[in-house]
Design a protein around this ligand. Structure first.
Ligand code: NAD
Length: 342
């Protein structure tokens, strides 16, 4: 499709004024590094709440070439100014822990739902021409009724986080439909790679697995380890975000991301051990609070984004895990206290 290639010329983003909420987090920082490389003028908004994924080290390669604004997306006055004069908003700020959303549902509601509405209101009132890419999640489908899960699958989230992320996504859809604001909603699946939170399991189980591996502890795999997941390397997710941003065909659309080679958790743990050339994993009982909100097997159908925007994952789990483990072996002391880099 010549349209896709036309839209992704680097010049399209050169000089573009870009705001990334959650820009010091895992995906936001990888996106920021890529956008700086494409010549964009990048501003990052992040609250740096310690339990979340923000880390100043994440943007070390572009530290002097981005504007950093330590602000909370719940602050509507700050957001009102920050969205002005921007060409693009990559809206990634979020509370990502499913368990925390059950233990402390109200911050999740405020960040993942209410603040999303107020960001959109700021755009409606102060910058209707902005293009918004929203980081949604496959969590909103709940327990799959069929596999692979496509965008038509019923939405039936199993936890507070899923409900609030669904509300956040629906607000983005509504503001396109009613006000014509150009929004694109991506439903991300398990994303991994350099700069993810590995301190604990708040962001993804792969994060804590990598920490366990590098600390010489067994990787703890919950249950029988047979649950199936699909994984995307972060560079592929960043590419999907740029395609979504640069394509007018994406406006108002919802797209799943995903990978064509889903794996069981046990298989994934075994791969990690193999690539690290050491370590071990063990099956551990599912903690009851996690079991209660587990979605079982999941993998997504991502044909729609393939057909419409020409996206497909390009980094294999093999290469992605290797790059990720290498990154943390070098920089672990930036990600958890008392670690010593190789
Ligand atoms: N990583 C995944 O596997 C995955 C899967 C599905 C969806 N997502 C979505 O992608 C987005 C980015 O996730 P991530 O994996 O990079 O997580 P992350 O925790 O590393 O990034 C989120 C960032 O948002 C910031 N943030 C949180 N609350 C904020 C607030 N109130 N104001 C300003 N900043 C705030 C955090 O400090 C953090 O830096 C999230 O919205 C998440 O729901 C991620």
């Amino acid at each position: 499709m010549s349209f896709v290639h036309e839209q992704r010329e680097p010049s399209r983003l050169r000089g573009a004024r870009v705001l990334i909420t959650g820009g010091l987090g895992f995906i936001g920082s990888n996106l920021a590094i890529r956008l700086v490389g494409e010549g964009a003028e990048v501003t990052l908004v992040d609250s740096m709440i310690p339990e979340y994924g923000g880390n100043l080290w994440n943007i070390e390669p572009v530290r002097d070439r981005v504007q950093i604004n330590i602000a909370d997306v719940r602050d509507e006055h700050a957001m009102k100014y920050l969205v002005q004069d921007r060409d693009y908003l990559f809206n990634l700020a979020g509370q990502t822990s499913h368990l925390d959303s059950m233990d402390h549902p109200f911050p999740d509601l405020d960040i993942n739902a209410k603040a999303q509405l107020s960001i959109l209101e700021s755009c409606r009132r102060h910058n209707r021409h902005i293009k918004i890419v929203f980081a949604g999640t496959r969590q909103i489908y709940g327990k799959p009724r069929y596999l692979p899960v496509d965008e038509q699958h019923p939405l039936d989230p199993v936890d507070v986080n899923g409900i609030n992320k669904l509300a956040g996504e629906l607000y983005h859809q509504l503001y396109h439909r009613v006000y014509g604001i150009r929004t694109v909603m991506l439903r991300l699946t398990n994303t991994y790679g350099p700069r993810m939170r590995v301190l604990d399991a708040r962001q993804t189980f792969l994060g804590i697995w990598i920490r366990q591996l590098l600390e010489g502890r067994p990787i703890g795999v919950y249950g029988d380890g047979r649950q199936v997941r699909d994984f995307n390397y972060v560079d592929d997710v960043v590419e999907a975000m740029l395609l979504a941003a640069c394509s007018s065909e994406a406006d108002g659309e919802v797209f799943n991301l995903g990978d064509a080679h889903p794996r069981s958790l046990q298989e994934t743990a075994a791969l990690l051990v193999r690539y690290h050339r050491g370590g071990t994993y063990q099956l551990v009982p599912f903690p009851p609070d996690r079991k209660a909100i587990d979605i079982g097997d999941y993998y997504g159908d991502f044909q729609k984004i393939g057909t419409r925007l020409g996206w497909k994952p390009t980094v294999s789990l093999h290469d992605g895990l290797e790059r990720t483990v290498d990154y943390y072996a070098k920089h672990c002391e930036r990600y958890w206290p008392s670690a010593v880099a190789a």
